[in-house]
Design a protein around this ligand. Structure first.
Ligand code: NZQ
Ligand code: ZN
Length: 390
């Protein structure tokens, strides 16, 4: 196991009706003038935003609003938010929505006190040393941004989808009410679950030895998702299923299951090109890329794939030919994604063979590599897109 420091300062307020306490929590955290940041309409339509405004008013807080964050959030909205926060002297940002809204809020928050262009952080030119505090009310279990130190933003000019991680970007508090997720369309529920599983796989596939605690935590989270997601899809109002998926989404990505081990993250980088190019949902793109990445890298550590197949997907271990067990596990993962209504091939959303050279180059590995389980060159990335194509 590698050395590590783990600090997850976010306070989680979990359960039914908890959004009604947001005003008090903000006031206790020192907020005075709040930006309520939200997405394309679901939070207004469900009545959530109305309850949030009432809660803030009851707590004596003033606020301004900025909605319209799109899925795969854009830098243009971040610039708008930075300007608004500076003009209105906002001292706290409340993100009401999913990963896209939360990430947009995090990017605005580090952008406001920074004199340069906030994109400097996402392009690796600078590191954030100051932020406006951010809190969240989560409406979809998926990205894990409610507990993570990361944000992912797309620069419209050049279609660059890039992530940035910094400890100071973890939310001060996050309100997680599973009831808020019952309005999710089945596709978003399933795509969110695929993203949660991907966050576990990115950590599970490691070359670091002796990481039994985190290995087993990863496996138990995956087993939970295999059990709970079909229940939520069959009955969207199933509170128990929604609650377990929501908490799994947080645990999968605040890094408690990733400490002390090298992590991979190449599948996320490979997927981000699909989201940026085809505009597809991140989790759906991962349902396509992860099985392809697994097929490409399986021979590197057959026994790790076989372990996943046995411990999570219930396969019988073939001791003579463990590669058969490993392959069977990947096949069961693909079948699971398909049963959930997700795409598993690029052609399912219009991907074409002639797009692949552009996608692989645009990812920007250059002459170097990405990932750590199996470092991938641009030519390897192209092969993974090829496997994922049809
Ligand atoms: O905009 P609205 O109308 O709210 O609709 C959203 C959106 O269309 C809808 N939705 C959300 N909650 C709903 C709902 N519809 C009905 N009822 C509800 N309760 O769902 C759609 C997707 O929302 P989005 O916020 O985009 O989903 P998600 O949480 O999956 O976030 C995806 C983004 O997070 C990034 C992804 O790359 C992507 O840009 N990620 C962020 C990470 C992080 N910050 O740590 C890590 C992840 O790996 C991921 O990369
Ligand atoms: Zn993800």
């Amino acid at each position: 196991m590698n050395n590590f420091i783990f600090q997850s300062p976010t306070k989680f307020i979990f359960g039914r009706d908890t959004e009604n306490t947001v005003g008090d929590s903000l006031a206790q955290s020192g907020a005075k003038q709040v930006l309520i940041h939200y997405g394309g309409g679901s939070a207004e339509a469900s009545g959530l935003l109305g309850r949030v405004r009432s809660s803030l008013l009851r707590a004596g807080l003033t606020f301004v609003e900025l909605g319209g964050v799109e899925a795969n959030p854009k830098d243009t909205k971040v610039y708008e938010g930075i300007e608004l926060c500076r003009r209105e002297k906002v001292d706290f940002i409340l993100a009401v929505g999913g990963g896209s809204v939360i990430d947009s809020a995090k990017a605005i928050a580090v952008g406001v006190p920074y004199e340069g262009d906030f994109w400097d952080f996402f392009s690796g030119r600078a590191r954030a040393v100051k932020t406006i505090p951010v809190a969240t009310i989560l409406t979809i279990a998926a990205a894990g941004s409610e507990g993570s130190e990361s944000a992912v933003i797309t620069k419209v000019d050049g279609s660059l989808k890039r992530g940035y991680s910094e400890e100071l970007m973890r939310p001060v508090f996050s309100i997680l009410n599973p009831q808020l997720t019952v309005t999710l369309p089945p596709f978003q529920t399933a795509a969110g679950a695929a993203d949660i599983m991907a966050h576990i796989f990115e950590r599970y596939f490691t070359n670091t030895p002796d990481v039994e605690v985190t290995d087993r935590l990863c496996e138990s989270l995956l087993l939970t998702l295999l059990h709970e997601v079909p229940r939520a899809l069959a009955d969207p109002g199933d509170y128990g299923a929604r609650a377990n998926i929501m908490w799994a989404g947080m645990v999968a990505h605040n890094n408690i299951v990733g400490v002390g081990r090298d992590q991979d993250w190449s599948s996320h980088a490979i997927e981000h090109e699909l989201s940026a190019f085809y505009g597809i949902t991140h989790g759906a793109g991962l349902a396509v890329i992860f099985p392809a990445w697994m097929k490409f890298t399986m021979s590197h550590d057959i026994m790790r794939f076989a372990r996943l197949a046995v411990n999570v997907f219930g396969c019988q271990m073939d001791f003579v030919a463990p590669e058969n067990t490993a392959a069977e596990g990947i096949a069961r993962l693909e079948a699971y994604f398909r049963d959930c209504g997700l795409p598993t091939r690029m052609v399912d959303f219009g991907g074409k063979a002639e797009d692949i050279p552009y996608l692989a180059e645009h990812l920007g590995a250059g002459d170097g590599t990405i990932g750590s389980f199996v470092p991938l060159r641009t030519s390897d990335i192209a092969k993974i897109y090829q496997i994922a194509l049809e």
